[in-house]
Design a protein around this ligand. Sequence first.
Ligand SMILES: NC(=O)c1ccc[n+]([C@@H]2O[C@H](COP(=O)([O-])OP(=O)(O)OC[C@H]3O[C@@H](n4cnc5c(N)ncnc54)[C@H](OP(=O)(O)O)[C@@H]3O)[C@@H](O)[C@H]2O)c1
Length: 430
Amino acid sequence: MTTPLRIAIAGLGTVGGGTLRILTHHGALLSARCGRPLEIVAVCSRDRRKDRGVDISRFRWVDDAVELARDPNVDVVVELIGGSDGVAKALVETALANGKSVVTANKALIAHHGLPIAALAEKSGSMLAIAAAVAGGIPIIKALRDGLAANKFRRVAGILNGTCNYILSTMWNTRKGFDVVLKEAQDLGYAEVEPSFDVDGIDTAHKLAILTSLAYGSPPAIDKVYVEGIRRVTIRDMEFASELGYAIKLLGISSLSERGLEQRVHPCMVPKDSPLASVPGVTNAIIAEGDAVGQVMFEGQGAGAGPTASSVVADIMDIARGVRYKPFTLPAAELTSVNFAPMEQLRCSYYLRLAVIDRPGVLAEVTDIFRRQHISMRSFLQHSHRPGETVQLVLTTHDTMESSMRAAVESIALLSSVVETPYMIRIENL
Ligand SMILES: NC(=O)c1ccc[n+]([C@@H]2O[C@H](COP(=O)([O-])OP(=O)(O)OC[C@H]3O[C@@H](n4cnc5c(N)ncnc54)[C@H](OP(=O)(O)O)[C@@H]3O)[C@@H](O)[C@H]2O)c1
C-alpha cells in the first residue's frame, strides 16, 4: 500500500467546504487517479459547530491554524482562510519553513507577498501551489505554466471578476442602474455587503498581478497595476457603446510593448463580435495571446465552492503524484523586475461622454481642446432632445496617448456648458 498524502485544511468556508466535499465524496476516484490515498488528517476554522455539509467529527480539529504548519503528521497544508496578511500569511510561511507543501486560493496573499513566499518554498524544497488563486475553476495558471509554456505572450486579458461581470451584464439585460443591480447582486449573494473589493477592481488587480508574473517572468507587482472600477458605468454608456458596436466589460489586461509591461484594470469597450463581449453573468473568461499558439480563450466559473475547490484539489493531486513546479514558472531568483509602462503612456482609442447644456459652439469648444492635445476624433453621437435640455454628447477618438486624453478631459470639464464630470472609457480590440 502506498503511503497516503496527509492533508490539513485551514478555513472551511465556501472554498474550504467545497474542498472537503470533493475529497470526501470522490476520495476513491481521486486516490486511484494519483496512485495514492488522499487523507484529510486535520481541519481548522473559527466555529467548530458550523455545518460544513460533511461530517468533520472524524478529522482532528485544531483551534490555531498555525499549529497545522508545525504538525509532523501533516504533509500538505491547504490555506483557505483568506487575507493578504494575518493568520493566512503566518500559516503559509510557517508551513513552507517546516518543509510542508502549501495549496492556497489566496490571491491577495500571492499578489502582495508572492515573491518571498515562493523563495521560501524553494529554500525548503516544498511546493507552493496556487492554481485556485485566479479564475476559480478555470485552469489558467496551469495552462500558462504547462500547456502554453512554449509561447512568448503578447497579451493576457480577461474578465476576472464574476461579480462585476454579473452587474454589467444585468445592467444591460434589464436596463437597471448600477446601484439597483448591485443591491440585487448582494441579495443574491453574488456581491459582498462591502462590495468595493470587487466593484472597484481590486480583486481583478490581484489576479492580474499573478497572471502577469506567470506570463512575463516578473515578480507579482500589485502596486504597478492601474485600477479603475465599474461604479461610473451607466446604462447610457452601454446604449451608446451598443450603437457604436461595442459592449462594456471590466477587463484585466497585461501586455508587453515597446513602452514596457502594462498592467491595467478598467472598464473597456470591446467589439460586439469579440468572444469576451458575450460572456454572461458571473462567468470568467481569459484570452492568452502567444506567439506560437495565437489566441486561446478559457471560459468558465471563476468562483464558488465547486469550481474553486476543483482547482484546489487538482493542486493537492499534483503534490500527491510528486509533481513539483515553481508557482510562477521560473525560480524566484530568476523573476526579474521589468520596466512597467506608465499608464499615461498607454495608446488606444477612447470613448468620451459629456453632459452639456445645448447651446451654439459647445462642440467647437470641445474639438478645439482635442486639437490642442493632438487628439483625432473618430466619431460623434448626439441623441435628439428638447431645446434647452441637457444633452449627452459622445465622441470617440483614433489612437491617442492617455496623457493627452486626460489633459483634454480636464479642460473639457472646466467648460461652462459641461454640467457633469465627463466619463471616458478605453476601447480595446480583443
Ligand atoms: N469564494 C470564492 O469563490 C473564491 C474563489 C477564488 C478564491 N477564493 C479565495 O479562497 C479563500 C477563501 O475564500 P472563501 O470564499 O472560502 O472564504 P469564506 O467563505 O469567508 O471562508 C473563510 C474560512 O476561514 C475561516 N477562518 C477565518 N478566520 C480564521 C482563523 N483566524 N483561523 C481559522 N480559520 C479562520 C472561517 O471560519 P468559520 O467558517 O468557522 O467562520 C471560514 O471557514 C480566500 O483567499 C479567497 O480569496 C475564494
